[in-house]
Structures are given as structure tokens and as C-alpha cells.
Design a protein around this ligand. Structure first.
Ligand SMILES: [Zn+2]
Length: 220
């Protein structure tokens, strides 16, 4: 791992934290961000105001959580982050107490498949059972809920999103918050309809055939 790559990763973690704050997903110190660079992980420090996070404040730990660089202690949810790298082969992790996702996580056991964009997250979103923050138990329950998914809700706590890189993890967190808000608004009117397995498969077939979501050259 070159120092330059590590510096770039610390800068990217700080930028992602500031973006999550600007998008309204994290308030104050309530959230944390990390990204993997080889055998190391750059992670936001515990107690940091994410809207003001600077690259120099970002801690670097190895895959066992031992601090390699940085003067601050890593986030209290470090087990959750490291577990996502070990178990789910993530490249980056975002944890936030986003307003709408967290509200739904106080009520639902699962966020059902109400919109096809949720298939980008792997389908219906599980709500991990509640456990005290920063505990190995919470990390375990949340990592279970992430199985086959790019995001999960955490009962009476918040959300987690992962991705191959920081941009993807942030986009997945924003997508989950958008879907949570969609569910909330729909549920205010009535019982939201859900997509069934055939409709989900038809969508997957359609994007496979059409390359939906990517720029395409027009027919000549
Ligand atoms: Zn939290």
C-alpha cells in the first residue's frame, strides 16, 4: 500500500462523510464511513462531526482493527465495518442514522419490495434486531441482515450500506433512504403494494436485455 493511495482513501472517506451530512443522512456525530485500501481500512474516528471531517482525522486500521495511522480512536462500530469487509467482501461501508430509514426501522421487520430500484440493493431490505451500539452482537445481527444485500436497516438504530467503492456505498445509502421515504409516504395513503417474484424477475430480464441505467448510443 503506497502512502499516496492511503492519503487518497482518507480524503475519499472524509469527502463521503461530508456528502452524507450535506444530503441529510447523518446529523452531527451519528454515523460513520470507511473504505478498504488493500489490507488496510480508512475509517472515520469516533465522536467526529461528519459534516466537518478532514482527511487528517481519518484513522487507518488493519483488517483486525489495530490502528496503523491516525491520532484518534476509530468509530465505535468498527466491528460492523470490519465484518462487512470479511464477510461481504465490501470495498466501502456507510452507517447512518438517516431520518426516514431509522423511523421505519422502529416499526418494520422488513422493508418490502415496493419499487424495482430496490433490486439494485438486492431486494426487500431486512431490519436487523436491536442490540447495543458498538457491540459484537450488533455487528453480527447486522451482518446477517446484509446477506445477499447492499443495505440493511437496524432496529431502533439506523442503516448500513456497502458497495465495491465509496461512491457506490454512498449511492446505496441514498437509495435506501429514498425508498424508505417512498414507503413512508405510500403507507400514509394506504397499504403499499409490493412487487412479486415474477415482476422482479421480469425487471432483471429487462435490464439485462436493455442495459438500463447506463448511457447508450442511439440507433444510427
Ligand atoms: Zn449508529
Amino acid at each position: 500500500m503506497t502512502g499516496q493511495t492511503l492519503d487518497a482513501t482518507r480524503e475519499a472517506v472524509a469527502a463521503a462523510a461530508r456528502r452524507l451530512a450535506a444530503e441529510g443522512l447523518v446529523l452531527g456525530t451519528a454515523g460513520n464511513v470507511s473504505a478498504r485500501a488493500g489490507d488496510l481500512v480508512a475509517v472515520s474516528p469516533t465522536g467526529a462531526v461528519l459534516a466537518e471531517l478532514e482527511p487528517e482525522q481519518v484513522v487507518v486500521v488493519d483488517l483486525h482493527g489495530k490502528t496503523v495511522h491516525g491520532e484518534f480512536a476509530p468509530t465505535s462500530e468498527i466491528d460492523l465495518h470490519l465484518g462487512a469487509y470479511h464477510r461481504h467482501k465490501a470495498g466501502a461501508v456507510v452507517h447512518a442514522h438517516s431520518p426516514v430509514g431509522t423511523a421505519l426501522a422502529c416499526v418494520l421487520d422488513e422493508l418490502p419490495l415496493i419499487h424495482y430500484q430496490m433490486l439494485a440493493l438486492g431486494g426487500p431490505i431486512r431490519v436487523a434486531p436491536y442490540a447495543t451500539f458498538g457491540t459484537p452482537e450488533l455487528a453480527e445481527l447486522t451482518l446477517d441482515a446484509l446477506e445477499g444485500r447492499a443495505a440493511a436497516l437496524m432496529a431502533n438504530h439506523g442503516m448500513i450500506a456497502i458497495g465495491p467503492d465509496l461512491d457506490a456505498a454512498v449511492e446505496n445509502a441514498l437509495l435506501l433512504e429514498w425508498v424508505a421515504e417512498l414507503y413512508w409516504r405510500a403507507a400514509a395513503v394506504g397499504r403499499p403494494r409490493t412487487l412479486d417474484a415474477d415482476q422482479a424477475q421480469d425487471f432483471i430480464d429487462a435490464i439485462t436485455a436493455r442495459g438500463y441505467g447506463t448511457l447508450q448510443e442511439r440507433d444510427q
